[in-house]
Design a protein around this ligand. Structure first.
Ligand SMILES: [Zn+2]
Ligand SMILES: [Zn+2]
Length: 201
């Protein structure tokens, strides 16, 4: 079982302030949480930088991802190292993800920029039931959505600042290997966790 923050932004997101180097150092220093998915808004640059920096450490893992801005709202895609041309619709984002055999996570469905009930019409792999920056009520609605759709629930901090890192994360029954993690998410071998130290926004 490994603990992974599946939703982290670097300063390449534009609205975030976390240097990729800091994420790598914090993972190395953390006693338990040794892996994170870099899911910047519409760019992979932060992932590539974090990945390069992480390669000097043996105990941590960085997972490629992106939070795509679609006309309908945000969609997190894990396991891609390129992005589709934009602007794009939710349907085009789904097509891109499937063509790349990647994992679709419905990010913060009931917060601003979430796709909300549109998630019922798409073939997602998981719902983000614990988002570190969503209100409890919004996370509860996401949990209900995951239950209705019979999809696994995952957690991620959605950190844009250092102090928000690891506020929510996912326990995954997988080894420290990206493909293994992606497969485990697809097969529901996950449990969303909210950190006790979380601040409510
Ligand atoms: Zn978002
Ligand atoms: Zn985000």
């Amino acid at each position: 079982m490994i603990s992974v923050d599946l939703h982290v932004h670097t300063f390449y997101s534009g609205d975030a302030h976390i240097p990729p180097k800091l994420i790598v150092e914090e993972l190395h220093a953390h006693p338990l949480l040794k892996a994170a998915a870099i899911t910047d808004h519409d760019t992979i640059r932060g992932y590539f930088e974090a990945c390069r920096l992480a390669s000097t450490y043996k105990d941590i893992m960085v997972i490629p991802g992106v939070e795509l801005s679609t006309f309908e709202g945000h969609l997190t895609v894990l396991g891609v190292t390129e992005i589709p041309s934009q602007p794009l619709s939710l349907e085009e984002a789904i097509d891109f993800t499937r063509a790349n055999d990647a994992v679709i996570v419905v990010a913060h469905p009931y917060r601003v920029m979430g796709i909300g009930d549109l998630a019922r019409n798409i073939d997602a792999d998981a719902v983000e039931t614990y988002n570190g920056r969503s209100a409890s009520r919004e996370n509860k609605l996401a949990e209900e959505l995951a239950r209705v759709l019979n999809l696994p629930g995952v957690g991620g901090s959605d950190a844009h600042r250092k102090e928000q890192l690891w506020m929510a994360y996912t326990e995954i029954d997988a080894s420290m290997n990206v493909d293994d993690v992606l497969n485990a998410i697809k097969h529901g071998k996950v449990r969303a966790v909210m950190s006790k130290s979380r601040q409510v926004y």
